[in-house]
Design a protein around this ligand. Structure first.
Ligand SMILES: O=c1[nH]c(=O)n([C@H]2C[C@H](O)[C@@H](COP(=O)(O)O)O2)cc1CO
Length: 161
């Protein structure tokens, strides 16, 4: 995850977002039981957020070993842990390409808490009207054609927080 290229980018980002000062806490939301086919994208989003100077509280969503740790937890423990992390978050970023009950639930809880929500999806996928048609001003929905565009959207969102 740590390459020379990402370090150079880090230095660039530190000029924009001073480290330690106003570091934003982000809840990353992505499908788990809805299907793990976009795990690589969740990892990319995690890396982009860390690079942008944000802290990802729900890092487990991008963890390829997630099943091992979560299988030792009860359903109630998973729910309480996640809702606790959401309470501490400054914003929520959801990858909504793969439909997931949990992701939809977390988006709704974040909007009830009145924190900004960024929903990201690949082009030409059937995203729910509950996301696409949501008039909440705290909600932003963006389609990303490639990883470069995805990174830019994430950086812009973090800078605007
Ligand atoms: O084991 C889990 N751990 C966990 O953190 N979650 C949370 C975080 C994810 O953003 C979201 C995924 O929901 P789902 O499993 O319905 O796809 O729910 C969900 C599960 C399983 O439902």
């Amino acid at each position: 995850m740590y390459s020379k290229e990402s370090c150079e980018r880090c230095e660039e980002m530190e000029k924009i977002i001073p480290s330690g000062q106003g570091k934003k806490s982000i809840f990353l939301s992505g499908s788990i039981r809805g299907g793990r086919q976009l795990l690589e994208t969740y990892r990319f989003i995690y890396d982009a957020l860390e690079e942008a100077g944000a802290e990802v509280l729900s890092w487990h969503v991008a963890d390829p070993e997630l099943e091992k740790t979560e299988s030792k937890m009860t359903e109630q423990e998973i729910y309480a842990r996640d809702l606790g992390l959401l309470e501490k978050s400054d914003a929520l970023i959801a990858e909504v390409t793969v439909p997931s009950t949990g992701v939809g639930y977390e988006i709704c809880r974040a909007l009830v808490r009145k924190i900004p929500v960024l929903c990201l999806h690949m082009p030409d996928v059937a995203v729910s009207s509950m996301v696409l048609g949501n008039p909440d001003t705290l909600m932003e929905v963006r389609s990303y054609p490639d990883k470069e565009a995805l990174k830019e959207i994430i950086i812009d969102f973090i800078r605007a927080l």
